[in-house]
Design a protein around this ligand. Structure first.
Ligand SMILES: Nc1nc2c(ncn2[C@@H]2O[C@H](COP(=O)(O)OP(=O)(O)OP(=O)(O)O)[C@@H](O)[C@H]2O)c(=O)[nH]1
Ligand SMILES: [Mg+2]
Length: 363
């Protein structure tokens, strides 16, 4: 069993890369399994990845490190289904994976071919949070982002299609200086640039889990606690005409959420949504306060019945994101959509308490 962990901050591009990696691994002859992870159920990521055709398992309820047993059960369940290569995505606000997942795996399950820990980072976060330090992201959340990169075996700079060559050069040289000795990949999953070399490199028999960093768990816990977490599933019926406009509805929903968050200068980790009807699917992702959402459609989205799954990770208290979501839903639905919330979780992530924590490297 080959095991590849792909970490990185909220919205860095993990699920997008997992989706592409699943396709490329399958074309190389692997039977691929994917593992998603969140504090609460009803994940957009799980639904998105299921569309690749790979076997997907969700570990919900806590992060991999605080539920090592759940993580390992997911690995075993996939193995029983004939999977020989697993790519797993931990929660974006999770760090200390080397000490809490990589070292225990090497120690307890040496039979697994464990790939180097890849940590993805979005160039905008590097620029705003790490380089200029003028981001609205709370310093303790920024601390998590920094730790994630410090403990990486490989740093993967994502979304390289979205920046100029000059900016890319600056970001890479900053990363080299700040995190010396760590291999840096430059990729764009959208254009395909760099994905194959990254995959070749994680498939090579390279040592994994080479760094264990010191972590201040009070700061780490606070960095997670400043983020409000909302997962909702909404059953919807279009009542505004004979043909639905789910794209227009989603645009308005995101517009209403973003306008309010901008007003209050609350940083967005990631707001993502999946709208499914029997003939098509739409995804919408927003990863920064000052950006616009990225929207993708497959098939036709005109059927009158649809389901919305929305996951939001925003720097705001849970009761505030709860109220904000309900208001935005009401606003976007007004006069055209009958919406019923069928599943709802709104939390502040609790203090991370890892199942295992190794403070030295397992050979
Ligand atoms: N321009 C560009 N956007 C990308 C690329 N890869 C991912 N994205 C976009 O980044 C957004 C977030 O991507 P995800 O893959 O969902 O990020 P994630 O790290 O899984 O996010 P969380 O699971 O919430 O932590 C989406 O809108 C993606 O389309 C890329 O190569 N180029
Ligand atoms: Mg994801």
């Amino acid at each position: 069993m080959r095991l590849i962990l792909v970490g990185g901050f909220l919205g860095a591009g993990k699920t997008t890369l997992l989706s592409e990696a699943a396709k490329q691994l399958a074309s190389r002859g692997s039977t691929v399994g994917l593992i998603t992870n969140d504090q609460v159920p009803d994940l957009v990521d799980t639904a998105v990845l299921a569309r690749t055709g790979a076997a997907v398992r969700e570990v919900a309820g806590s992060c991999f490190c605080c539920n090592f047993k759940g993580f390992h059960e997911a690995v075993c369940a996939l193995a029983e289904n004939g999977v020989d290569c697993i790519v797993a995505e931990p929660v974006g606000s999770c760090t200390d994976l080397s000490a809490t997942i990589m070292q225990p795996l090497k120690d307890k399950f040496p039979e697994y071919a464990l790939a180097p820990l890849s940590v993805l980072v979005d160039p905008i976060r590097v620029r705003e949070v790490l380089r200029n330090r003028d981001s609205a992201l709370h310093p303790d959340a920024a601390y998590i982002l920094h730790l994630q990169l410090e403990e990486a075996d490989q740093i993967v700079l994502t979304k390289c299609d979205s920046i100029s060559d000059a900016e890319r050069g600056e970001v890479v040289s900053f990363l080299r200086q700040e995190f010396p000795g760590i291999l840096i990949h430059e990729i764009s999953t959208h254009s395909g640039e760099g994905v194959k070399p990254w995959l070749d490199s994680v498939l090579a028999a390279a040592p994994a889990g080479l760094r264990v960093v010191e972590v201040d768990y009070d700061r780490y816990a606070n960095g997670e606690a400043v983020l409000g977490w909302l997962n909702a599933v909404v059953t919807m019926r279009w009542i505004g005409g004979l043909s639905a406009n789910w794209r227009g509805f989603t645009t308005d929903l995101f517009g209403a959420l973003q306008a309010k968050l901008r007003e209050e200068e609350r940083e967005i980790g990631h707001i993502k949504a999946l709208v499914e009807c029997s003939t098509g699917v739409l995804t919408s992702n927003l990863t920064a306060l000052d950006d616009g959402p990225q929207v993708y459609e497959e098939g036709a989205l005109e059927r009158l019945n649809a389901t919305l799954t929305l996951n939001a990770r925003v720097q705001i208290a849970p009761d505030e994101i709860d109220a904000l979501f309900r208001d935005a839903l009401k606003q976007a639905s007004y006069g055209r959509v009958a919406a019923t919330i069928t599943a709802f979780h709104c939390i502040r992530p609790g203090r991370p308490v890892p199942t295992y924590r190794y403070d030295s490297i397992v050979a």
